[in-house]
Design a protein around this ligand. Structure first.
Ligand SMILES: Nc1ncnc2c1ncn2[C@@H]1O[C@H](COP(=O)(O)OP(=O)(O)OP(=O)(O)O)[C@@H](O)[C@H]1O
Ligand SMILES: C[C@@](O)(CCO)CC(=O)[O-]
Ligand SMILES: [Mg+2]
Length: 383
């Protein structure tokens, strides 16, 4: 089977409000970032599947005959395939490190999407501008890119790029398919994802997400968000499981906390919408800042805080700014709402790795080689 070469990319995300609560059926507000994950899929003729994941120092290849044998052994694409794949890549004790999770989700999608047909020989290279495992949706951007590229390679969706275009996106129905397969990839990496991260990676922009229902928010003010990476490593899977245990242990205490986070997301959405139809005042910012503070306390109650995140909140507060963790927490990144006129130099001077981000970038897209930034193209074409 001959597949088409292609480049795709998908954005990372920041969750404004609703992380963890969204896993338990509450509202989350999330926005895409201008940091993206890029993937190059290249058809080859040497009968191998190769993956190059330089961000996580993973370079692997398999003979097509090995993968065919594996696929033929497994009748159904479900937990059995995941179990067999774990054995295949040598993960037997259930511990899933960065490399194994990325490999498992790739193999799962590759074998599932090429179903009973011929397996293609290909090389896939991924490079991301996102920090890996830091709360900015790196796993979802990776899964969305994999799903889009492999669905195209399998012929399930067409590559949307016309000869004269630099970037192109898929139609709504095709995006839904990409999103649903990206969710499968997220299931392998996260265990029990809500689907909000892959939805942002697929559609981009700002979204309201509730129990799998995605509502794009088109009327949002231009917010300035500062991202700070505490560089404390953590795993979303572990943190999501920790919150679940706490809810099971103290339901009457934790359920009201989740309800309160839900109300925070709804109030935030209302204020953002007001800011687009009336003059923006200090009062709007005061409310947004109080919501950030309350939510950060709730996230600490859920057990997903970290002293490095507390320090971020304290230091930014001294400068009159309000911060909360974003994504799964436990370290990783925090977001700080900047007011018009705020500067970030003082925070940098405190030793934080922080940068202002622009939000609302496009969801998954196909690129011509020329539209991929030169330094990224060099990495993708190196392998
Ligand atoms: N560039 C990449 N190349 C290969 N694998 C990646 C890449 N980025 C992320 N991953 C996979 O995703 C995992 C990190 O996922 P995790 O959900 O823990 O963090 P995150 O998605 O960055 O944060 P959050 O889910 O809180 O937004 C890594 O261990 C790796 O398996
Ligand atoms: C912690 C969480 O709510 C967000 C991770 O970015 C997990 C999820 O929604 O799948
Ligand atoms: Mg993730």
């Amino acid at each position: 089977m001959q597949v088409t070469d292609l480049y795709v990319s998908a954005p990372g995300k920041a969750i404004l409000h609703g992380e963890h609560a969204v896993v338990h059926g509450k509202v989350a507000l999330a926005v895409s970032l201008n940091l993206r994950t890029y993937l190059r899929l290249k058809a080859t003729t040497f009968g191998k599947v190769c993956i190059n994941l330089p961000n996580i120092d993973t370079f692997l290849s398999w003979d097509l005959s090995q993968l065919k044998q594996l696929r033929d052994e497994v009748q159904r694409l479900d937990a059995e395939l995941v179990r067999r794949l774990r054995e295949f890549i040598g993960v037997t004790n259930g511990s899933l490190d960065t490399c194994s999770m990325a490999t498992l989700s790739f193999l799962y999608l590759y074998l599932s999407l090429f179903g009973s047909g011929e397996l293609p020989s290909l090389t896939l290279t991924v490079w991301s501008e996102l920090p890996t495992g830091a709360g900015l949706g790196s796993s979802a951007a990776y899964s969305v890119c994999l799903a889009a590229a492999l669905l195209c390679a399998s012929g399930a969706i067409p590559p949307p790029l016309k000869e004269w275009e630099h970037t192109a996106r898929w139609c709504q129905e095709e995006l839904e398919l990409i999103n649903s397969w990206a969710f499968q990839g997220e299931m392998i990496i996260h265990g029990n994802p809500s689907g909000v991260d892959n939805a942002v990676g697929t559609w981009g922009g700002m979204l309201r997400f509730l129990a799998g229902k995605i509502i794009p928010l088109s009327r949002v003010p231009l917010l300035r968000i500062l991202l700070t990476n505490t560089k404390v490593p953590r795993s979303t899977k572990v943190l999501v499981a920790r919150v679940k245990d706490k809810i099971n242990k103290f339901p009457s205490i934790m359920v009201p906390v989740l309800d309160s986070v839900d109300a925070i997301s709804c109030t935030c959405e209302k204020v953002l919408s007001e800011m687009t139809c009336e003059p923006i005042t200090g009062d709007h910012y005061n409310i947004l800042e109080e919501l950030i503070d309350i939510n950060q306390h709730h996230l600490n109650v859920m057990g997903v805080g970290h002293p490095a995140l507390d320090r971020l909140c304290q230091v930014t507060l001294v400068k009159g700014l309000h911060s909360k963790l974003t994504g799964a927490g436990g370290g990783g990144c925090g977001i700080t709402l900047l007011r018009p006129g705020s500067t970030v130099q003082e925070l940098k001077d405190c030793g934080f790795d922080c940068w202002e981000t622009s939000i609302g970038g496009p969801g998954v897209q196909q690129h011509s080689a020329i539209s991929v930034k030169e330094e990224i193209l060099e990495i993708l074409n190196h392998y």
